[in-house]
Design a protein around this ligand. Structure first.
Ligand code: FES
Ligand code: FES
Length: 156
């Protein structure tokens, strides 16, 4: 096993991590850091359940090697609430009833968070395209889109 030490920021904390060079960022987050909010769904970049933010952009962490995270700012769902206050996006998902089993939810919230932080002026159709990489096995797409719209309006 070939390993490498990387230094990155995870949810605002600087971390030095010894990683197997073959490990995905998702594996390191879930297994080494016990940040289990990002989910392993398909493992091949199809479902979006593993989405995290890397330097403010949404990525499928199952396809992102942990060694590529050297020097990066990583954000997961665990870091989105501050001082016990949920983020606007998290709150919108609750008020719009956009959470059923919750498996897809952390990933979708991270993607919507990236859109909000990039001041996305997405209409419903563009939002569908932006979030097309996320699969919801509970098929709660309408409420997810409602929540995303609400969160983006609040971000204006
Ligand atoms: S687990 Fe990464 S895209 Fe499905
Ligand atoms: S809420 Fe169950 S997979 Fe989306």
């Amino acid at each position: 096993m070939k390993t490498k030490t990387i230094t990155c920021t995870v949810n605002g904390q600087t971390r030095a991590l010894l990683v197997d060079i073959r490990q995905s960022l998702l594996e390191v987050l879930r297994q080494d850091l016990q940040l289990t909010g990002a989910k392993q769904g398909c493992g091949v970049g199809e479902c979006g359940a593993c989405t995290v933010l890397i330097d403010g952009e949404a990525y499928d962490s199952c396809l992102y090697l942990a060694v590529w995270a050297e020097g990066k700012d990583i954000r997961t769902i665990e870091g989105e609430a501050h001082d016990g206050q949920l983020s606007n996006v998290q709150t919108a998902f609750i008020t719009e009833g956009a959470v059923q089993c919750g498996f897809c939810t952390p990933g979708v919230i991270m993607s919507v968070t990236a859109l909000a932080e990039h001041s996305c002026q997405c209409d419903r159709d563009s939002l569908k395209k932006e979030l097309s990489g996320h699969m919801c096995r509970c098929t709660g797409y309408q409420n997810i889109l409602n929540a995303a719209e609400k969160a983006l309006i609040k971000a204006d």
